[in-house]
Design a protein around this ligand. Sequence first.
Ligand SMILES: Nc1ncnc2c1ncn2[C@@H]1O[C@H](COP(=O)(O)OP(=O)(O)OP(=O)(O)O)[C@@H](O)[C@H]1O
Ligand SMILES: [Mg+2]
Length: 369
Amino acid sequence: MKHALKECNNKYTMTQLEERAVRIFDHLATAVLLFDEKLHLVSINSAGENLLSLSSKRLLGKTPGEVWPNTPFFTDAIKNSFQFATTRIERGIEMQLINQNTIKVDCIFTPLLIDEVTKEILVELVSADAFVRVMQEFNQETVQKAAKESVQGMAHEIKNPLGGIRGAAQLMEKELDDKSLLEYTNIIINESDRLRNFVDRMMAANTHPVKSETNIHEIVEYVVSIISAESSRNLNIQKDYDPSIPSIFADREQLIQAVLNLLRNAVQATKEDESILIRTRIQRQITIQNKLNRLAVQIDIIDNGPGIPAEIESGVFYPMVTGHAGGTGLGLSIAQQLIQSHGGKINYERKENCTYFSILFPIEHGNAK
Ligand SMILES: Nc1ncnc2c1ncn2[C@@H]1O[C@H](COP(=O)(O)OP(=O)(O)OP(=O)(O)O)[C@@H](O)[C@H]1O
Ligand SMILES: [Mg+2]
Protein backbone atom coordinates (compact mmCIF):
# COMPACT_ATOMS: atom_id res chain seq x y z
CA MET A 1 0.00 0.00 0.00
CA LYS A 2 2.84 2.32 1.00
CA HIS A 3 4.59 1.39 -2.21
CA ALA A 4 1.50 2.14 -4.30
CA LEU A 5 1.18 5.54 -2.63
CA LYS A 6 4.83 6.29 -3.39
CA GLU A 7 4.26 5.41 -7.03
CA CYS A 8 1.24 7.71 -7.09
CA ASN A 9 3.24 10.53 -5.61
CA ASN A 10 5.90 10.03 -8.21
CA LYS A 11 3.41 10.02 -11.02
CA TYR A 12 1.60 13.22 -10.07
CA THR A 13 2.81 16.65 -9.04
CA MET A 14 1.46 18.11 -5.80
CA THR A 15 -0.87 20.45 -7.73
CA GLN A 16 -2.25 17.53 -9.73
CA LEU A 17 -2.82 15.57 -6.52
CA GLU A 18 -4.60 18.53 -4.95
CA GLU A 19 -6.79 19.01 -8.01
CA ARG A 20 -7.57 15.32 -7.95
CA ALA A 21 -8.52 15.42 -4.27
CA VAL A 22 -10.83 18.39 -4.90
CA ARG A 23 -12.43 16.54 -7.83
CA ILE A 24 -12.99 13.42 -5.74
CA PHE A 25 -14.37 15.50 -2.84
CA ASP A 26 -16.85 17.21 -5.15
CA HIS A 27 -17.96 13.98 -6.84
CA LEU A 28 -18.67 12.06 -3.65
CA ALA A 29 -22.28 10.92 -3.30
CA THR A 30 -21.98 11.47 0.45
CA ALA A 31 -22.47 14.99 1.79
CA VAL A 32 -19.21 16.13 3.41
CA LEU A 33 -18.72 19.27 5.54
CA LEU A 34 -15.56 20.44 7.29
CA PHE A 35 -15.59 22.67 10.42
CA ASP A 36 -12.49 24.42 11.81
CA GLU A 37 -11.51 25.06 15.42
CA LYS A 38 -13.66 28.19 15.57
CA LEU A 39 -16.60 26.03 14.51
CA HIS A 40 -16.81 27.71 11.10
CA LEU A 41 -17.71 25.74 7.99
CA VAL A 42 -14.59 25.81 5.80
CA SER A 43 -15.51 23.24 3.09
CA ILE A 44 -18.62 21.61 1.68
CA ASN A 45 -18.98 19.40 -1.40
CA SER A 46 -21.77 19.41 -4.03
CA ALA A 47 -23.60 16.52 -2.34
CA GLY A 48 -23.60 18.62 0.86
CA GLU A 49 -25.05 21.66 -0.93
CA ASN A 50 -27.65 19.40 -2.47
CA LEU A 51 -28.64 17.74 0.80
CA LEU A 52 -28.92 21.06 2.63
CA SER A 53 -30.59 22.73 -0.39
CA LEU A 54 -28.23 25.73 -0.04
CA SER A 55 -25.21 26.87 -2.04
CA SER A 56 -21.68 26.88 -0.63
CA LYS A 57 -21.69 30.68 -1.01
CA ARG A 58 -24.45 30.93 1.59
CA LEU A 59 -23.01 28.27 3.86
CA LEU A 60 -19.24 28.84 4.08
CA GLY A 61 -18.13 30.60 7.26
CA LYS A 62 -21.32 29.65 9.11
CA THR A 63 -21.36 27.86 12.47
CA PRO A 64 -23.22 24.54 12.97
CA GLY A 65 -25.97 26.52 14.73
CA GLU A 66 -26.43 28.61 11.57
CA VAL A 67 -26.13 25.68 9.16
CA TRP A 68 -28.70 23.66 11.17
CA PRO A 69 -30.70 26.36 13.02
CA ASN A 70 -33.39 23.92 14.09
CA THR A 71 -31.24 20.90 14.90
CA PRO A 72 -28.98 21.70 17.93
CA PHE A 73 -27.76 18.11 17.87
CA PHE A 74 -25.12 19.05 15.26
CA THR A 75 -23.56 21.85 17.34
CA ASP A 76 -23.31 19.50 20.33
CA ALA A 77 -21.91 16.62 18.27
CA ILE A 78 -19.22 18.79 16.60
CA LYS A 79 -18.17 20.42 19.91
CA ASN A 80 -18.10 16.95 21.41
CA SER A 81 -15.81 15.62 18.67
CA PHE A 82 -13.40 18.52 19.21
CA GLN A 83 -13.38 17.95 22.96
CA PHE A 84 -12.89 14.19 22.98
CA ALA A 85 -11.17 13.71 19.60
CA THR A 86 -13.21 10.61 18.93
CA THR A 87 -15.21 9.51 15.92
CA ARG A 88 -18.94 9.53 16.54
CA ILE A 89 -21.55 7.73 14.44
CA GLU A 90 -25.26 8.53 14.74
CA ARG A 91 -28.11 6.99 12.80
CA GLY A 92 -31.54 8.32 11.85
CA ILE A 93 -31.03 11.93 13.03
CA GLU A 94 -33.95 14.15 12.04
CA MET A 95 -32.55 17.18 10.27
CA GLN A 96 -34.68 20.18 9.36
CA LEU A 97 -33.93 21.83 6.03
CA ILE A 98 -34.20 25.49 5.06
CA ASN A 99 -37.56 24.75 3.37
CA GLN A 100 -38.81 23.37 6.73
CA ASN A 101 -38.85 19.79 5.39
CA THR A 102 -37.39 17.22 7.75
CA ILE A 103 -35.19 14.39 6.51
CA LYS A 104 -33.50 11.54 8.34
CA VAL A 105 -29.73 11.27 8.04
CA ASP A 106 -26.99 8.95 9.21
CA CYS A 107 -23.94 10.98 10.32
CA ILE A 108 -20.26 10.40 11.05
CA PHE A 109 -18.17 13.02 12.88
CA THR A 110 -14.43 12.46 12.42
CA PRO A 111 -11.76 14.62 14.09
CA LEU A 112 -8.85 15.50 11.78
CA LEU A 113 -5.67 15.62 13.83
CA ILE A 114 -2.41 17.43 13.14
CA ASP A 115 0.38 16.68 15.64
CA GLU A 116 -2.13 14.95 17.89
CA VAL A 117 -4.30 18.10 18.05
CA THR A 118 -7.79 18.19 16.55
CA LYS A 119 -7.77 20.91 13.92
CA GLU A 120 -10.97 20.19 12.04
CA ILE A 121 -14.09 18.02 12.21
CA LEU A 122 -15.24 16.16 9.13
CA VAL A 123 -19.01 15.64 9.04
CA GLU A 124 -20.38 13.01 6.65
CA LEU A 125 -24.13 12.87 6.09
CA VAL A 126 -26.08 10.21 4.22
CA SER A 127 -29.80 10.61 3.75
CA ALA A 128 -31.41 7.45 5.09
CA ASP A 129 -34.61 8.32 3.20
CA ALA A 130 -32.67 8.51 -0.08
CA PHE A 131 -31.39 4.94 0.35
CA VAL A 132 -34.90 3.61 1.05
CA ARG A 133 -36.18 5.56 -1.96
CA VAL A 134 -33.49 4.12 -4.27
CA MET A 135 -34.48 0.59 -3.19
CA GLN A 136 -38.20 1.33 -3.75
CA GLU A 137 -37.45 2.77 -7.19
CA PHE A 138 -35.35 -0.23 -8.10
CA ASN A 139 -38.22 -2.57 -7.19
CA GLN A 140 -40.72 -0.37 -9.01
CA GLU A 141 -38.56 -0.32 -12.16
CA THR A 142 -38.28 -4.13 -12.17
CA VAL A 143 -42.04 -4.62 -11.86
CA GLN A 144 -42.71 -1.91 -14.44
CA LYS A 145 -40.33 -3.48 -16.93
CA ALA A 146 -42.13 -6.83 -16.61
CA ALA A 147 -45.54 -5.11 -16.97
CA LYS A 148 -44.29 -3.23 -20.06
CA GLU A 149 -43.11 -6.43 -21.73
CA SER A 150 -46.38 -8.24 -21.14
CA VAL A 151 -48.36 -5.22 -22.38
CA GLN A 152 -46.23 -5.16 -25.55
CA GLY A 153 -46.92 -8.83 -26.18
CA MET A 154 -50.63 -8.34 -25.58
CA ALA A 155 -50.72 -5.28 -27.84
CA HIS A 156 -49.42 -7.31 -30.81
CA GLU A 157 -51.90 -10.10 -30.17
CA ILE A 158 -54.79 -7.61 -30.02
CA LYS A 159 -53.78 -5.52 -33.02
CA ASN A 160 -53.36 -8.32 -35.54
CA PRO A 161 -56.90 -9.74 -35.50
CA LEU A 162 -58.41 -6.24 -35.12
CA GLY A 163 -57.71 -5.36 -38.76
CA GLY A 164 -59.53 -8.54 -39.83
CA ILE A 165 -62.54 -7.88 -37.58
CA ARG A 166 -62.87 -4.31 -38.86
CA GLY A 167 -62.49 -5.36 -42.52
CA ALA A 168 -65.10 -8.12 -42.13
CA ALA A 169 -67.56 -5.65 -40.55
CA GLN A 170 -67.07 -3.27 -43.50
CA LEU A 171 -67.73 -6.07 -46.01
CA MET A 172 -70.79 -7.14 -44.08
CA GLU A 173 -72.04 -3.53 -44.09
CA LYS A 174 -72.08 -3.57 -47.91
CA GLU A 175 -73.94 -6.89 -48.07
CA LEU A 176 -76.65 -5.96 -45.57
CA ASP A 177 -80.16 -5.77 -47.00
CA ASP A 178 -81.66 -4.72 -43.68
CA LYS A 179 -80.18 -1.25 -43.08
CA SER A 180 -81.35 -1.26 -39.45
CA LEU A 181 -78.51 -3.76 -38.82
CA LEU A 182 -75.96 -1.09 -39.80
CA GLU A 183 -76.08 0.04 -36.18
CA TYR A 184 -74.29 -3.19 -35.19
CA THR A 185 -71.61 -3.08 -37.88
CA ASN A 186 -70.95 0.54 -36.89
CA ILE A 187 -70.43 -0.54 -33.29
CA ILE A 188 -67.92 -3.20 -34.42
CA ILE A 189 -66.04 -0.66 -36.58
CA ASN A 190 -66.04 2.11 -33.95
CA GLU A 191 -65.01 -0.17 -31.11
CA SER A 192 -62.23 -1.71 -33.27
CA ASP A 193 -60.96 1.82 -33.96
CA ARG A 194 -61.09 2.71 -30.27
CA LEU A 195 -59.16 -0.42 -29.37
CA ARG A 196 -56.58 0.25 -32.12
CA ASN A 197 -56.06 3.82 -30.84
CA PHE A 198 -55.62 2.46 -27.33
CA VAL A 199 -53.01 -0.06 -28.50
CA ASP A 200 -51.27 2.57 -30.65
CA ARG A 201 -50.99 4.88 -27.63
CA MET A 202 -49.53 2.07 -25.59
CA MET A 203 -47.01 1.22 -28.30
CA ALA A 204 -46.07 4.85 -29.04
CA ALA A 205 -44.08 5.01 -25.81
CA ASN A 206 -41.77 2.30 -27.15
CA THR A 207 -40.41 4.21 -30.12
CA HIS A 208 -36.77 5.17 -29.89
CA PRO A 209 -36.15 8.83 -29.01
CA VAL A 210 -34.84 11.01 -31.83
CA LYS A 211 -32.83 13.55 -29.90
CA SER A 212 -31.94 17.12 -30.72
CA GLU A 213 -31.03 20.20 -28.72
CA THR A 214 -34.11 21.10 -26.72
CA ASN A 215 -35.00 23.96 -24.41
CA ILE A 216 -37.17 22.65 -21.59
CA HIS A 217 -38.80 26.02 -20.91
CA GLU A 218 -39.89 26.26 -24.51
CA ILE A 219 -41.41 22.75 -24.17
CA VAL A 220 -43.22 23.64 -20.95
CA GLU A 221 -44.58 26.88 -22.42
CA TYR A 222 -45.82 25.00 -25.48
CA VAL A 223 -47.58 22.40 -23.31
CA VAL A 224 -49.20 25.15 -21.22
CA SER A 225 -50.55 26.73 -24.42
CA ILE A 226 -52.06 23.37 -25.53
CA ILE A 227 -53.61 22.75 -22.11
CA SER A 228 -55.00 26.29 -21.89
CA ALA A 229 -56.55 25.96 -25.34
CA GLU A 230 -58.26 22.64 -24.54
CA SER A 231 -59.55 23.71 -21.13
CA SER A 232 -63.01 25.15 -20.78
CA ARG A 233 -62.18 27.02 -17.55
CA ASN A 234 -59.63 29.60 -16.45
CA LEU A 235 -56.52 27.81 -15.28
CA ASN A 236 -54.36 29.10 -12.47
CA ILE A 237 -50.92 27.93 -13.64
CA GLN A 238 -47.94 29.58 -11.94
CA LYS A 239 -44.37 29.28 -13.15
CA ASP A 240 -41.08 29.32 -11.31
CA TYR A 241 -38.28 28.71 -13.81
CA ASP A 242 -34.54 28.57 -13.29
CA PRO A 243 -33.33 30.46 -16.40
CA SER A 244 -29.79 29.11 -16.02
CA ILE A 245 -30.83 25.57 -17.03
CA PRO A 246 -28.93 24.61 -20.19
CA SER A 247 -30.42 22.98 -23.29
CA ILE A 248 -30.70 19.22 -23.16
CA PHE A 249 -30.61 16.56 -25.85
CA ALA A 250 -34.05 15.04 -26.03
CA ASP A 251 -36.79 13.92 -28.35
CA ARG A 252 -38.91 17.09 -28.41
CA GLU A 253 -42.18 15.34 -29.29
CA GLN A 254 -41.71 12.70 -26.58
CA LEU A 255 -40.86 15.30 -23.95
CA ILE A 256 -43.95 17.32 -24.92
CA GLN A 257 -46.05 14.16 -24.57
CA ALA A 258 -44.66 13.37 -21.12
CA VAL A 259 -45.12 16.91 -19.74
CA LEU A 260 -48.56 17.11 -21.36
CA ASN A 261 -49.71 13.89 -19.65
CA LEU A 262 -48.62 15.19 -16.24
CA LEU A 263 -50.06 18.66 -16.68
CA ARG A 264 -53.34 17.32 -18.04
CA ASN A 265 -53.68 15.11 -14.95
CA ALA A 266 -53.03 18.10 -12.69
CA VAL A 267 -55.68 20.12 -14.54
CA GLN A 268 -58.17 17.24 -14.28
CA ALA A 269 -57.43 16.92 -10.54
CA THR A 270 -57.89 20.60 -9.67
CA LYS A 271 -60.92 22.84 -9.44
CA GLU A 272 -61.28 26.52 -10.37
CA ASP A 273 -60.03 27.78 -6.96
CA GLU A 274 -57.03 25.44 -6.91
CA SER A 275 -53.71 26.01 -8.61
CA ILE A 276 -50.81 24.38 -10.41
CA LEU A 277 -47.16 25.34 -10.12
CA ILE A 278 -44.57 24.41 -12.76
CA ARG A 279 -41.07 24.68 -11.34
CA THR A 280 -37.73 23.99 -12.99
CA ARG A 281 -34.48 23.43 -11.12
CA ILE A 282 -30.99 22.02 -11.54
CA GLN A 283 -30.17 19.07 -9.30
CA ARG A 284 -26.65 17.95 -8.42
CA GLN A 285 -25.28 14.51 -7.54
CA ILE A 286 -28.54 12.72 -8.07
CA THR A 287 -29.16 9.01 -8.62
CA ILE A 288 -31.40 8.19 -11.58
CA GLN A 289 -31.90 4.63 -12.79
CA ASN A 290 -29.13 3.47 -10.45
CA LYS A 291 -26.69 5.92 -11.98
CA LEU A 292 -25.20 8.84 -10.12
CA ASN A 293 -25.53 11.98 -12.25
CA ARG A 294 -23.54 15.10 -11.59
CA LEU A 295 -26.23 17.34 -13.05
CA ALA A 296 -29.90 16.85 -13.82
CA VAL A 297 -32.87 18.99 -14.77
CA GLN A 298 -35.93 18.73 -12.56
CA ILE A 299 -39.37 19.75 -13.78
CA ASP A 300 -41.95 19.74 -10.98
CA ILE A 301 -45.65 19.85 -11.67
CA ILE A 302 -47.28 20.59 -8.34
CA ASP A 303 -50.99 20.97 -7.67
CA ASN A 304 -53.00 21.55 -4.52
CA GLY A 305 -55.86 19.29 -5.60
CA PRO A 306 -57.05 16.32 -3.52
CA GLY A 307 -54.25 13.94 -4.61
CA ILE A 308 -54.30 10.46 -6.08
CA PRO A 309 -57.03 8.21 -4.63
CA ALA A 310 -55.41 5.99 -1.94
CA GLU A 311 -56.56 2.74 -3.57
CA ILE A 312 -54.57 3.34 -6.77
CA GLU A 313 -51.65 5.36 -5.37
CA SER A 314 -49.10 2.53 -5.23
CA GLY A 315 -49.73 1.36 -8.81
CA VAL A 316 -50.30 4.68 -10.48
CA PHE A 317 -47.41 4.34 -12.97
CA TYR A 318 -48.69 0.96 -14.20
CA PRO A 319 -50.71 0.87 -17.43
CA MET A 320 -54.49 0.80 -17.14
CA VAL A 321 -54.60 2.04 -13.55
CA THR A 322 -57.06 4.93 -13.46
CA GLY A 323 -59.15 6.86 -10.99
CA HIS A 324 -61.49 8.34 -13.64
CA ALA A 325 -64.58 6.64 -15.00
CA GLY A 326 -63.55 7.42 -18.59
CA GLY A 327 -59.76 7.29 -18.07
CA THR A 328 -57.57 4.81 -19.91
CA GLY A 329 -54.89 4.84 -17.22
CA LEU A 330 -52.11 5.19 -19.78
CA GLY A 331 -50.96 8.79 -19.28
CA LEU A 332 -48.52 8.24 -16.41
CA SER A 333 -47.23 4.89 -17.65
CA ILE A 334 -46.48 6.42 -21.08
CA ALA A 335 -44.86 9.51 -19.54
CA GLN A 336 -42.69 7.32 -17.30
CA GLN A 337 -41.59 5.13 -20.24
CA LEU A 338 -40.75 8.15 -22.40
CA ILE A 339 -38.66 9.77 -19.69
CA GLN A 340 -36.99 6.48 -18.75
CA SER A 341 -35.93 5.91 -22.35
CA HIS A 342 -34.05 9.23 -22.03
CA GLY A 343 -32.25 7.95 -18.92
CA GLY A 344 -34.56 9.90 -16.60
CA LYS A 345 -37.42 9.13 -14.25
CA ILE A 346 -40.64 10.58 -12.87
CA ASN A 347 -41.20 10.67 -9.12
CA TYR A 348 -44.51 11.08 -7.36
CA GLU A 349 -44.88 12.47 -3.87
CA ARG A 350 -47.74 13.80 -1.78
CA LYS A 351 -46.65 16.33 0.81
CA GLU A 352 -48.04 19.40 2.54
CA ASN A 353 -51.45 18.84 0.90
CA CYS A 354 -49.95 19.05 -2.58
CA THR A 355 -49.34 16.49 -5.31
CA TYR A 356 -45.81 16.54 -6.74
CA PHE A 357 -44.86 14.93 -10.03
CA SER A 358 -41.18 15.51 -10.77
CA ILE A 359 -39.45 14.72 -14.05
CA LEU A 360 -35.73 14.19 -13.54
CA PHE A 361 -33.64 14.31 -16.62
CA PRO A 362 -29.86 13.79 -16.59
CA ILE A 363 -27.58 16.36 -18.20
CA GLU A 364 -24.63 14.33 -19.32
CA HIS A 365 -21.57 15.07 -21.39
CA GLY A 366 -22.90 15.88 -24.82
CA ASN A 367 -26.38 16.27 -23.37
CA ALA A 368 -26.04 19.95 -22.55
CA LYS A 369 -24.77 22.71 -24.77
N1 LIG B 1 -52.10 15.31 -10.19
C1 LIG B 1 -52.95 14.36 -9.87
N2 LIG B 1 -53.81 14.53 -8.83
C2 LIG B 1 -54.68 13.56 -8.47
N3 LIG B 1 -54.77 12.37 -9.08
C3 LIG B 1 -53.94 12.14 -10.11
C4 LIG B 1 -53.01 13.11 -10.56
N4 LIG B 1 -52.31 12.57 -11.58
C5 LIG B 1 -52.81 11.33 -11.77
N5 LIG B 1 -53.80 11.07 -10.91
C6 LIG B 1 -54.56 9.82 -10.77
O1 LIG B 1 -53.84 8.80 -11.40
C7 LIG B 1 -54.67 8.13 -12.36
C8 LIG B 1 -53.81 7.60 -13.49
O2 LIG B 1 -53.35 8.67 -14.30
P1 LIG B 1 -53.03 8.40 -15.82
O3 LIG B 1 -52.64 9.69 -16.42
O4 LIG B 1 -52.05 7.28 -15.92
O5 LIG B 1 -54.37 7.88 -16.42
P2 LIG B 1 -55.75 8.66 -16.65
O6 LIG B 1 -55.54 10.12 -16.45
O7 LIG B 1 -56.77 7.99 -15.81
O8 LIG B 1 -56.06 8.34 -18.17
P3 LIG B 1 -55.28 8.88 -19.48
O9 LIG B 1 -54.73 7.66 -20.12
O10 LIG B 1 -56.30 9.56 -20.27
O11 LIG B 1 -54.20 9.80 -19.01
C9 LIG B 1 -55.68 9.16 -12.75
O12 LIG B 1 -56.87 8.54 -13.22
C10 LIG B 1 -55.93 9.91 -11.45
O13 LIG B 1 -56.86 9.23 -10.64
MG1 LIG C 1 -53.98 11.08 -17.47
